[in-house]
Design a protein around this ligand. Structure first.
Ligand SMILES: [Zn+2]
Length: 66
């Protein structure tokens, strides 16, 4: 209980590109370069959006799933 003086440190989110700690100037990236890389990925469509995958036909019983 002596550690009641714990300061809540904000977890620094790592740069999604290279994994380095991000800086505020280029949040959430660590540098303009990484931000640029990220932008490029978007433009080139390298980014997949798994959560937005709205497949109309769901096959709950595919039988191919082990
Ligand atoms: Zn980076």
């Amino acid at each position: 209980m002596a550690d009641a003086k714990v300061t809540r440190l904000r977890p620094v989110r790592p740069c999604p590109i290279c994994g380095k700690p991000s800086v505020q100037a280029f949040h959430p990236f660590c540098s303009s370069r990484c931000a640029d890389i990220d932008l490029n990925r978007w433009l080139t469509g390298a980014y997949a959006i798994p959560e937005e995958r709205d497949e109309e036909r769901k096959t709950p019983d595919d039988g191919d799933d082990e």
